[in-house]
Each structure stands twice: as structure tokens, then as C-alpha cells.
Write a protein that binds this ligand. Structure first.
Ligand SMILES: NC(=O)c1ccc[n+]([C@@H]2O[C@H](COP(=O)([O-])OP(=O)(O)OC[C@H]3O[C@@H](n4cnc5c(N)ncnc54)[C@H](O)[C@@H]3O)[C@@H](O)[C@H]2O)c1
Length: 251
């Protein structure tokens, strides 16, 4: 049986984060669905509640220190001490290096790295007090390098370093920290990439699937399954790891 915990999933109004929120709720946890716009979180909250779970919509920008403090306090007051944190919020601002602006660089670092740092620093207060916690950070196969993504690949490699350090510092308090590095997952983020390069999303997915050993693109549920494992009671001896969920290794 699952012990009911309180989870916070950032960037959970849509895509991977929404599916992770639904999955953690199905696993028996109360879930804070956090995203930039609180109203946009309500649909996911309603789905969780209709399915018999507990959830709360929380509007916050994860790169804003004051907003993060307020959001995490509100979750603790309304849902209970948060001990599961999924740092999933993300943006892309792709461009080749010579065309990349400082604001493209800063925006991506701000959401992924500063956001995961601020959220983790806030939530660890509750985790260390409870003597139990799970942090799951969304990295990416782009951490290995990806043309047009100097900002994003650096941020996603940074997420792996952050994860390992959190594992080292927080392990003695019963807190694990792990990362998931997805390959291509069909979401609004990858749909936007298809649009940017002038392809239909279906053609883009078909072309990507040919390059993936299992011959299909990923779905948000593929990532939610991995998050569910890391968040589980039984995964307490797994920490500081990076799980590539990408349908196979690259050639
Ligand atoms: N889709 C993929 O192929 C893929 C691959 C590897 C990694 N990832 C990572 O997985 C995560 C989720 O990706 P997705 O495809 O679901 O993206 P998405 O664009 O569909 O959803 C991201 C969500 O994050 C929210 N968000 C953005 N900035 C925020 C901020 N400052 N504060 C709070 N919320 C914010 C957005 O509003 C959005 O709802 C991201 O970290 C992404 O980098 C995705």
C-alpha cells in the first residue's frame, strides 16, 4: 500500500507535468499542480478530483524566489507538508549560438536551473523535517549536446549536476534526488519545434520515430511511469541517478 504524501509538480498545467500530476494522484498522493497561470492548472486539478484524488491549483513562476516561497507555504497549509517534488517546468528558446540572445540564455537558465534550485531549497525544509523525501528533476537527452540548444543543453546538463549534489546533501535526511532524461516526447513543446522548422507535427513525429530504436516517439505517460518509480517508497536506495527514457540509446 502507498503511504499518502503531498507532491508538487511544476509546469503541470499541460504536457509531461500534467500526466505526472495525474499519475502521482492515481498512486495515492495529494498533488499540487503548479504552473505560471493558476487558472490553467484547474483542468488537471478537476480531472484528478473526478478520478477520486486530491489536488490543488497553484500559480507561480518557479524562477521567482518570493513566488516560490509563497506557493510552497500554501501547499503545506492546504494539502500538507510537501515531500515529493518534481521539477518539470521548462521552456525552450532554440537558436544557433551566433543568433542566441542573452535573454534567450537567461530565460532558459532561469526556469530550469534557478527554478529547480529555488523549489528544491524550499521543499527540502519539509522533507528534512519529515525525514523522507523524493526530488525528481527533468533533464533531457539534450544534456549530451544538441545543435541549436546551447542554452537548453547546458541547463539540462546542469540539472544532472544539481541532482547529484542534492542526493549527496539530502541523503542523510531520507531524501533521494534523481533525474529523468527524456528523449522525444509528443507535447506542445515538441509541436512548437515542428512548427518552427516548418513541418506538420505528424510528419515530424514520424521522422523522429525512425531514429528511435523502439520506432515510436515517447508519450507523457512514459515519463510519468519513471517518476512514479522514483517517488515510490521502494526506491529509497536509488539516488543521484539519471534515467534516460528515450526509447533506446543514440547510435
Ligand atoms: N517534450 C519533450 O520532448 C521533452 C524532452 C526532454 C525533456 N523535456 C522536459 O520535460 C519538461 C516538460 O516538458 P513538456 O514537453 O511537457 O513542455 P510543455 O511546454 O508542454 O509544458 C511545460 C510547462 O511548464 C510551464 N512553465 C514554463 N515556465 C514556467 C515557470 N517559470 N514557472 C512555472 N511553470 C512554467 C509552462 O507553462 C508549461 O505548462 C520540461 O522541463 C522539458 O524541458 C521535454
Amino acid at each position: 500500500m502507498t503511504t499518502q504524501r503531498t507532491a508538487i509538480v511544476t509546469g503541470a498545467a499541460r504536457g509531461i507535468g500534467a500526466e505526472v500530476a495525474r499519475r502521482l494522484a492515481a498512486d495515492g498522493h495529494a498533488v499540487a499542480v503548479l504552473d505560471l497561470d493558476e487558472a490553467a492548472c484547474q483542468k488537471v486539478v478537476d480531472e484528478i478530483v473526478v478520478a477520486g484524488g486530491r489536488a490543488l491549483a497553484v500559480g507561480a513562476d518557479v524562477s521567482d524566489e518570493v513566488a516560490v516561497e509563497a506557493a510552497v507555504s500554501r501547499v503545506a497549509a492546504e494539502l500538507g507538508a510537501p515531500t515529493i517534488l518534481v521539477n518539470n517546468a521548462g521552456i525552450i528558446r532554440d537558436n544557433l549560438l551566433f543568433k542566441m540572445t542573452v535573454s534567450d540564455w537567461d530565460a532558459v537558465m532561469g526556469v530550469h536551473l534557478r527554478g529547480a534550485f529555488l523549489m528544491s531549497r524550499e521543499v527540502q525544509n519539509y522533507q528534512t523535517k519529515e525525514g523522507w523525501g523524493r526530488i525528481v528533476n527533468l533533464s533531457s537527452t539534450s544534456a549530451l549536446g544538441n545543435r541549436g540548444q546551447a542554452n537548453y543543453s547546458a541547463a539540462k546538463a546542469g540539472m544532472q549536476g544539481l541532482t547529484k549534489t542534492l542526493a549527496l546533501e539530502l541523503g542523510r535526511f531520507g531524501v533521494t534526488a534523481n533525474a529523468i532524461a527524456p528523449g522525444f516526447i509528443a507535447t506542445d513543446m515538441t509541436a512548437a519545434t515542428a512548427e518552427r522548422i516548418g513541418m506538420s507535427f505528424d510528419d515530424f513525429k514520424a521522422a523522429m520515430a525512425k531514429e528511435i530504436p523502439v520506432q515510436r516517439v515517447g508519450e507523457p505517460a512514459d515519463i510519468a511511469h519513471a517518476v512514479s518509480f522514483y517517488a515510490s517508497e521502494g526506491a529509497g536506495f536509488v539516488s543521484g541517478q539519471v534515467l534516460y527514457v528515450a526509447g533506446g540509446p543514440k547510435d
